[in-house]
Design a binder for this molecule. Sequence first.
Ligand code: MF3
Ligand code: CO
Ligand code: CO
Length: 265
Amino acid sequence: MAIQIKNAEEIERMRVAGRLAGEVLDYVAKFVKPGVTTNKLDRICHEYMLHEQGTIPAPLFYAPPGYKPYPKSICTSVNHQVCHGVPGERVLKDGDILNIDITVIKDEFHGDSSRMFYVGSPSIQARRLCEITYECMWRGIRAVKPGGFLGDVGAAIQEYAEGHGFSVVREFCGHGIGRRFHEEPQVLHYGRAGTGVRLEPGMIFTIEPMINAGKAAIRELGDGWTIVTKDHSLSAQWEHTVLVTDSGHEVLTLSPGAPAEPPIR
Ligand code: MF3
Ligand code: CO
Ligand code: CO
């Protein structure tokens, strides 16, 4: 199916879903501390989505072709876990870095966002990876404008990540999003400027770079979902859902607790 151009009404519904995804991250932040299990974070988010927001957690029982149904309501990826970490009885400990990835459905539309969280006091190198990855996401976002190319997004991310000695995960990418969780186009986090899909107002997609401190290679765990770095190096990821506007872009998953955009340098 081709890339959909969302109309004004659809965009408004995507704004609502996007903000709600961000607000789940705002809410769960205070529960991230040494001693909590990832299952507990899953339950906290699940209850908040259903009973406070009236949203549906999109991951729960999500089963793209070739996957078994995802068993939880959020993804929690710790340390060398790259993405799609399945919540369980793991107890978070001081120094861990954690990605929480939230996708809500509200009024038929999806909002998808993830952030890194520090458990206690991670090492300087772990925090640096998280910060560089955050900057990567924003450099990708800033490349979004009508008449630009998806390759501009990937190139901006790759250049910044590799320029700091980190590597970009290739097997997973951002994605169009709307009534469906994963739509066209695929948004690669590497590539060449001026190549790929031409951006048009009304396109909505996620930018969600996964950046490794070591090599780019990954593998899947036996649970059929959790992705880890092959060399066990740390990995970080941030995600926003972004609209192409007539003049540039609008980030749909901002919320009151979202960290500020980094200064433009
Ligand atoms: N939220 C993830 C993304 O950004 C997808 C998670 S799929 C799940 O695309 F089933 F693991 F939840
Ligand atoms: Co996504
Ligand atoms: Co996500």
